[in-house]
Design a protein around this ligand. Structure first.
Ligand code: CAA
Length: 258
């Protein structure tokens, strides 16, 4: 598939997907989300890729679902085509780590897409919000659920009920983003984190990600049991032997994803 609404660039073992509809603030239309799903599936299958980054431009990560495209759709249109579910959630299905690098607006579906990634690094000009209520609808790509888990009920309610945006500093205080960096350093800082991740054992990475994601879906006791079994499972990998031997021998590890 030739991509028209996203750019995909590989640097070593890191793949960067750049949302690329700058004239529409990277609004997520059907073609963009289909391309994003396709790119994610291809990069997930590409053994040379070990970490993914999703980003936009300096003004907008993404200003949400494309309002002009969806405004005249009927209930049956969105229900029968399984709008959102059919393509938007691919990022939650990939097992490789995915970082969202957010500058500018991350609104509605844009905020929801960022929250579907494993963590968010924000530029100091980032603004997060779920303004759907101001256009007569509600978040439809997980916003009411994921935002609430990130920032708690009170902030999630205020944001979803008034459409108020959070700036980067508030997003960091509230735990929505892992950290805030100056806009000019967003990609360099994100690439540093992505390259660190890409240098480590991919199976261990996938297990860590699976265990953390389980925290959102189960009780503490079940989650800890799940983690314990995965921790035990790492002892069956060559990478665990290599990592611990390298530490003991005071040398850098050579992970081989085995
Ligand atoms: N859909 C379609 N087009 C959009 C868009 C969107 N979500 N967001 C911005 N655009 C377009 C604008 O229409 C405008 O196009 P034209 O030049 O052709 O008029 C262009 O992008 C630039 O936007 P603005 O002129 O509005 O730029 P601004 O700097 O004044 O404001 C903004 C920026 C605050 C992001 C504003 O554009 C805005 O409020 N956008 C809509 C945000 C929104 O409501 N998002 C939620 C969408 S619903 C959703 O996402 C549902 C879901 O949960 C899945």
């Amino acid at each position: 598939m030739a991509f028209e609404n996203i750019l995909v660039e590989k640097t070593g073992a890191v793949a960067v997907i750049r949302l690329n509809r700058p004239k529409a603030m990277n609004a997520l239309n059907g073609q963009l989300t289909a391309e994003l799903a396709q790119a994610l599936a291809e990069l997930e299958a590409d053994d040379a890729v070990r970490c993914l980054v999703i980003t936009g431009n300096e003004k907008a990560f993404a200003a949400g679902a494309d309002i002009k495209e969806m405004k005249d759709r009927s209930f049956m249109d969105v229900y029968k085509t399984e709008f959102i579910t059919s393509t938007w959630e691919q990022v939650t299905k990939i097992r490789k780590p995915a970082i969202a690098a957010v500058a500018g607006y991350a609104l509605g579906g844009g905020c929801e897409l960022a929250m579907m990634c494993d963590f968010i690094i924000a530029a100091d000009n980032a603004r997060f919000g779920q303004p759907e209520i101001t256009i007569g609808t509600i978040p439809g790509s997980g916003g009411t659920q994921r935002l609430t888990r990130f920032v708690g009920k009170s902030k999630a309610m205020e944001m979803c009920l008034t459409g108020r945006m959070m700036d980067a500093a508030e997003a960091e205080r509230a735990g929505l983003v892992s950290r805030v960096v100056p806009l000019a350093e967003l990609m360099a800082e994100t690439m540093k984190a992505a390259e660190k991740i890409a240098s480590l054992s991919l199976p261990s990475m996938m297990m860590a990600k699976e265990a953390i994601n389980r925290a959102y879906e189960t009780t503490l006791a079940e989650g800890v049991r799940f983690e314990r079994r995965l921790f035990h499972a790492t002892f069956a990998t060559e990478d665990q032997k290599e990592g611990m031997s390298a530490f003991s021998e005071k040398r850098p590890p050579r992970f081989r994803d085995r």
